[in-house]
Design a protein around this ligand. Structure first.
Ligand code: FES
Length: 212
């Protein structure tokens, strides 16, 4: 008997355009089939979604038993939403645009606004998302929080605590990709920061032996 290769597909609509996608495909991936893009920070296709940054909010509706689609009262994170039959997604509604502006304004409250001298040299998702989806002004007029620059986690790894947006990608990388779990978040709220355990140097850890 031939091996079953069929992928169950579901019918969804994105911005009113109907399409079929594999059941369970994350909405942040499904929209790419239409050449659309949802802004992201914490999502990475090769790591488990965590929905930490809220940058990927979309309006979402679910099919009801009577065939109608009921929209959720608040936007949801597209990186954690698996596609299901009859789902309706709006990536560019007025509410979504407003919420994206709010997320970016919030992230930039304490972020340095020194792009012209930043060592990222313009290779910056925060700068790009702010340009395309962010507010043109900020209501925040207070003094920004200042934290250590180039905080050393090891001889080779430094952390710019002022620029960290707590997306958790570095922490998840050590947990899911390199497998050494050298990083974790410490503290909570505005003080939360990625760190090695008790600020131990990376070099203190034994290399992980890979399965043969
Ligand atoms: S990209 Fe979806 S919550 Fe961060």
């Amino acid at each position: 008997m031939a091996a079953a290769t069929d992928v169950t597909t579901v019918s969804i609509s994105i911005n009113g355009i109907p399409l079929f996608v594999p059941k369970g495909e994350l909405i942040v991936e499904a929209v790419k089939r239409l050449g659309l893009e949802i802004p992201i920070f914490c999502y990475h296709a090769r790591m488990k979604p965590v929905g930490m940054c809220r940058m990927c909010l979309v309006d979402i509706g679910f099919k009801q038993q009577d065939g109608s689609v009921r929209m959720m009262p608040k936007p949801q994170a597209a990186c954690t939403l698996p596609a299901s039959e009859g789902m309706a997604v709006l990536t560019d509604s007025e509410q979504v645009r407003k919420d994206r502006k709010g997320v970016l304004e919030f992230l930039l409250i304490n972020h340095p606004l020194d792009c012209p001298i930043c060592d990222r040299g313009g290779e910056c998702p925060l700068q790009n998302n702010t340009l395309f989806y962010g507010p043109s002004t900020s209501r925040f007029v207070e003094i920004k929080r200042h934290l250590p620059k180039a905080f050393p986690l090891s001889r080779y790894v430094t952390l710019d605590l002022e620029r960290c947006i707590q997306c958790g990608r570095c922490v998840r990388f050590t947990e899911e990709i390199s497998g050494d779990s050298e990083l974790a978040f410490r503290f909570r709220g505005a003080l939360m920061q990625p760190s090695t355990f008790e600020l131990r140097d990376f070099a203190d850890f034994e290399p992980v032996s890979l399965p043969s």
